[in-house]
Design a protein. Structure first.
Length: 280
């Protein structure tokens, strides 16, 4: 039974980090004319109204995108992320927030393809209605872990994968790693980005250790924390683990993350990590 709905969390600090990394990877891939495909294993609804009951109930976006919206003088990489959010809003006012499929849809070119997987019936319907007219997109209401394995290696031989499960099921932590290792065995040159929440630190330590032990090379980790780690109060930080990142990503994140920790941290408790887990 699926209960997670991203509409409660859209635009929070974890989305800011995730989508900043996503934008920077996709912008980098677009520097070459050669087509590539984007695979979103857990796509969500594609877009979210911030005035909805769900968003208003949690108001998480207030401590995320809302805090960045009017800030001036941000580094170019953060500006490029904000441009995508502004493009989706179409005005100076922040009224909605794009999901990862829409951000990819905005950035990708005519020659590129998008494969989107979403299991929740309501979110799948919203997503597929949104994508209907776009011939570059294939949208499936099926398991994204299996979908990813079936799609690699892609015809284009260039791919960006975003894996962003809700971690509603504890086995998702293990499934992410097992699936990434399997996908990488079939297609070692793809760029894979995995989002994770820090709810219990030891689970993330285990994921990192398994990836490091897998033999996969060229892995970086970027994490943004709002408050100190806690065992009792839910998510304190969120991160992205990127296999085969663009060579420019580390430097960009080293510039953005200290700033984001300062701007989005709670009561000066913001923190970040920018690490190479495995060298090239
Ligand atoms: N990637 C989206 C974004 O950034 O806008 C948010 C995705 S949300 C965190 C996770 C989504 O995965 C939920 O909408 C949930 O219904 C869906 N989901 C859960 N298990 C899944 C599975 N095995 N395969 C595909 N989708 C799944």
């Amino acid at each position: 039974m699926l209960s997670y709905r991203h509409s409660f969390h859209a635009g929070n600090y974890a989305d800011v980090l995730k989508h900043l990394v996503q934008v920077r990877i996709l912008n980098y891939f677009c520097q070459k004319d050669k087509p590539f495909c984007y695979i979103d294993s857990h796509a969500g609804a594609g877009g979210y109204e911030l005035s909805s009951d769900h968003a208003q109930q949690t108001q998480e976006y207030q401590d995320g995108i809302q805090r960045l919206w009017q800030v001036e003088g941000l580094p170019e990489s953060l500006q490029s992320y904000l441009e995508e959010i502004r493009a989706f809003n179409g005005s100076k006012e922040l009224i909605r927030y794009p999901g990862s499929p829409t951000i990819a849809q905005q950035i990708l070119r005519r020659q590129d393809k998008l494969w989107l997987y979403e299991l929740h019936p309501t979110d799948y319907k919203i997503l597929s209605d949104h994508c209907q007219e776009d011939r570059r997109i294939r949208c499936e209401q099926s398991d994204g872990f299996q979908g990813l394995i079936a799609k690699v290696p892609p015809l284009e031989r260039r791919a960006v994968v975003l894996m962003d499960p809700p971690y509603e099921l504890k086995e998702d932590y293990q499934r992410c790693i097992t699936t990434l290792i399997k996908a990488h065995r079939r297609f070692a040159t793809g760029c894979y980005a995995l989002w994770y929440p820090v709810v219990a630190r030891e689970r993330i330590n285990k994921m990192e250790a398994e990836l490091v032990a897998s033999g996969i090379r060229n892995i970086q980790l970027f994490e943004l924390g709002q408050s100190k780690d806690t065992e009792t109060f839910g998510m304190s930080a969120a991160g992205m683990i990127v296999i085969n990142p663009p060579w420019t990503l580390m430097q960009e994140m080293q510039q953005c993350l200290p700033l984001l920790a300062e701007l989005l941290g709670k009561e000066r408790s913001g923190h970040f990590r920018c690490e190479t887990l495995v060298e090239e």
